[in-house]
Design a protein around this ligand. Structure first.
Ligand SMILES: Nc1ncnc2c1ncn2[C@@H]1O[C@H](COP(=O)(O)OP(=O)(O)OP(=O)(O)O)[C@@H](O)[C@H]1O
Ligand SMILES: [Mg+2]
Length: 488
C-alpha cells in the first residue's frame, strides 16, 4: 500500500507557479528524501501534503484515503505528522509542557472541565522525551535549549501523535558536530512502521538515509530514483550541486592578508547569559577594519549569544568598543553606530514584501537595492512576494541583503549557510568573498569551518562560553585537527 500518493499537484501564488504538476508516490515503510534548489517548491509540497495549503489542481491520498479536502487535524487522524523548516515552539514553555499539550490535543479527556493531572499522559510524554534523547532537559524553557535540542522537541511533538507517515522539513538545518549526529541518529532509528518523507540539503545524509530520492526543480520533478542513480545524474549535479565543490580553488584560496589589523571592534571581558545562567564567561576578541574573522564553535557554545550581546539584543557586562569609542547599550543605538546582524533563523517582518523589507533597511552608502539585486537575482524575481512567504533559503538571502543595505561598519553573521542548497552555499561563499574584497568588515559565526575558513583571515575558537584559541585561518585550513583539539 502507498503511504502517500500525490497526483498532478499545481500551486500558484499570484502569478508565480510554485508547483507545476508534481506526482509523488511513497510506499508504506519507505524512507524518501526530497532535494532540490532553494525555492524549488519542496516546502510548498509538504504544506499541501500536510493540508495547510490547498492545491489549485491535483489530489492527495494518504494510506489509500482521499485526503485532498481534509484539514490538517483530519490528516493527523490518518496518521500524518510533520515538523517545520522554521521552528514554531513557545520560548517560555518547557519541552515536557509542549509534549503534554500535543498529547492532550488528541485525547478525548481534553474536553472535561478539569483534565489534569493525567498520569498516563505524563508517562507517555516521558517516554517520547526519552526516545528523542531529551531526558534531563525536559523541564528547561525552550529558549534555554540549544538549537539541536529544539529540533529534538519538534520531533518529539510529531512522535507524540504516533504517526504512520512523518514529514520532516530540513531536520538537520543549523546542526553541527555531535548534535547533528544525534538528530540524524534519531531519525535513522525510527521504526519502519513509520514512513518517513524528508527534505534535506545535507546530501550525505539525504542519500544515505533514503530508499529513493526525488529531486524537485522549479516546481517539477526533475528526477526520481535510488540514491546512487540520482547522485550520479549530471542534470541533478548541474542544478543542485553546481559542479565539484571540494577542491574548488575559488573556495579554497584564502581571502589574503593575515597581518594584525587595527581593531575596529574590540571586546573585553564580555559576559552575558539568560536569567540566572551565564553563557559567556568573559570573552575577549578584536576585529580589524576590513578583516573577516571566523568565530568557530559547535552549537550551544555561545556563538549566537555572543553576536546578540554585541548587537545589544541581550544585556551584557564588559567592554565593547567600535573604532575606540565605547558602544552605547541597546540594539537601536548599536545599529545606528554601524553594527548589523544577520540572525540565525532569519526573522522576516510579517506584512512586508521582499522589496519593502529591503527599502526599510536601506541607509545610503555603498550598497543599494540594485546592487543587492545583482548579487541575489532570485530576490529580484520574488520582490513583490510577502517576505514571510519566501522559501527558507530565499529568506536567508533576504536577511543578508537587508543587512548589507544597512551599509554597516561591521557585519555580524550567524550561521549564514544554514538552510542553503549546496549551489547556494557556494554562491554565498563567492558573494561573501566579493563583499570582503571590497573592504567590508565581517564577524562570521559558523560551525561549518570548511565554509568559513577560506573566507577569513583569522579565527577564534569558542568553547562553552570561552575563547579557547585564536589562529590564522590559513593555519587551520592546513591543519584542521587544531580546531577540534582545542574544543572539549
Ligand atoms: N504563500 C506564498 N506566497 C507567495 N509565494 C510563495 C508562498 N509560499 C511559497 N512561495 C514561493 O514558492 C517558491 C517555493 O517555495 P518553497 O518554500 O516551497 O521552496 P523550497 O523548495 O522549500 O526552498 P528552500 O530549500 O529554500 O526551503 C518560493 O519562491 C517561494 O517564495
Ligand atoms: Mg523549504
Amino acid at each position: 500500500m502507498a503511504a502517500l500518493e500525490a497526483r498532478g499537484i499545481h500551486k500558484a501564488f499570484g502569478g508565480f507557479l510554485a508547483l507545476a504538476g508534481v506526482d509523488l508516490e511513497v510506499a508504506s515503510g519507505e524512507r524518501r528524501t526530497v532535494i532540490g534548489p532553494n525555492g524549488a517548491g519542496k516546502s510548498t509540497l509538504f504544506r499541501i501534503v500536510g493540508g495547510e495549503l490547498r492545491p489549485d489542481r491535483g489530489a492527495v491520498r494518504i494510506f489509500d484515503r482521499e485526503a485532498t479536502p481534509l484539514p490538517p487535524h483530519r490528516r493527523a487522524l490518518l496518521g500524518l505528522a510533520r515538523t517545520y523548516q522554521i521552528a514554531s515552539l513557545f520560548p517560555e514553555k518547557t519541552a515536557r509542557e509542549h509534549v503534554l499539550l500535543a498529547l492532550l490535543a488528541r485525547d478525548p479527556r481534553r474536553r472535561s472541565p478539569w483534565p489534569l493531572p493525567l498520569p498516563d499522559l505524563e508517562a507517555r510524554a516521558a517516554e517520547v522525551l526519552d526516545q528523542v534523547g531529551l531526558r534531563g532537559r525536559e523541564d528547561l524553557p525552550i529558549h534555554q535549549l540549544t538549537y539541536g535540542e529544539q529540533r529534538q522537541v519538534e520531533i518529539a511533538l510529531a512522535l507524540a501523535q504516533e504517526p504512520r507517515l512523518l514529514l520532516l522539513d530540513e531536520p538537520l538545518a543549523g546542526l553541527g558536530g555531535e548534535e547533528r549526529a544525534r538528530v540524524a541518529g534519531l531519525i535513522r532509528g525510527l521504526p519502519r512502521s513509520i514512513t518517513v518523507l524528508l527534505i534535506e540539503h545535507d546530501l550525505d545524509f539525504a542519500y544515505a538515509f533514503a530508499d529513493r530520492v526525488t529531486v524537485l526543480h522549479q516546481g517539477q520533478v526533475l528526477r526520481e530514483g535510488p540514491p546512487q542513480e540520482v547522485r550520479a545524474d549530471p542534470q541533478v549535479v548541474e542544478v543542485y550541486v553546481g559542479g565539484r565543490l571540494e577542491g574548488d580553488p575559488a573556495l579554497e584560496a584564502p581571502v589574503g592578508g593575515d597581518g594584525p589589523a587595527p581593531g575596529l571592534l574590540e571586546v573585553r571581558g564580555l559576559r552575558a547569559g539568560y536569567g540566572q545562567g551565564e553563557v559567556l564567561h568573559g570573552v575577549d576578541l578584536a576585529v580589524g577594519e576590513g578583516e573577516v574573522v571566523a568565530l568557530l564553535g559547535r552549537n550551544g557554545m555561545g556563538k549566537t549569544t555572543l553576536l546578540k550581546a554585541l548587537m545589544g539584543l541581550i544585556p551584557a557586562q564588559g567592554e565593547v568598543r567600535l573604532a575606540g569609542e565605547p558602544l552605547p547599550a541597546g540594539a537601536l543605538a548599536r545599529a545606528r553606530a554601524g553594527l548589523a546582524l544577520v540572525p540565525q533563523g532569519r526573522q522576516m517582518i510579517p506584512g512586508l514584501t521582499v522589496e519593502e523589507e529591503l527599502l526599510l533597511a536601506w541607509r545610503p552608502g555603498r550598497w543599494t537595492p540594485e546592487r543587492v539585486y545583482r548579487l541575489f537575482p532570485r530576490l529580484k524575481e520574488r520582490r513583490q512576494a510577502p517576505s514571510t512567504a519566501l522559501s527558507g533559503g530565499e529568506q536567508q538571502m533576504l536577511a543578508l541583503a537587508r543587512a548589507l543595505l544597512r551599509n554597516p561598519r561591521i557585519l555580524l553573521l550567524d550561521e549564514p549557510t544554514e538552510g542553503l542548497a549546496p549551489l547556494m552555499v557556494r554562491h554565498l561563499g563567492e558573494v561573501l568573498k566579493e563583499v570582503a574584497r571590497e573592504g567590508e568588515t565581517i564577524l562570521l559565526a559558523e560551525q561549518n569551518a570548511a565554509f568559513a575558513l577560506p573566507l577569513a583571515q583569522r579565527a577564534y575558537l569558542l568553547d562553552r562560553g570561552r575563547i579557547v584559541g585564536e589562529e590564522r585561518a590559513r593555519t587551520l585550513l592546513e591543519r584542521p585537527e587544531r580546531i577540534w583539539e582545542r574544543m572539549g
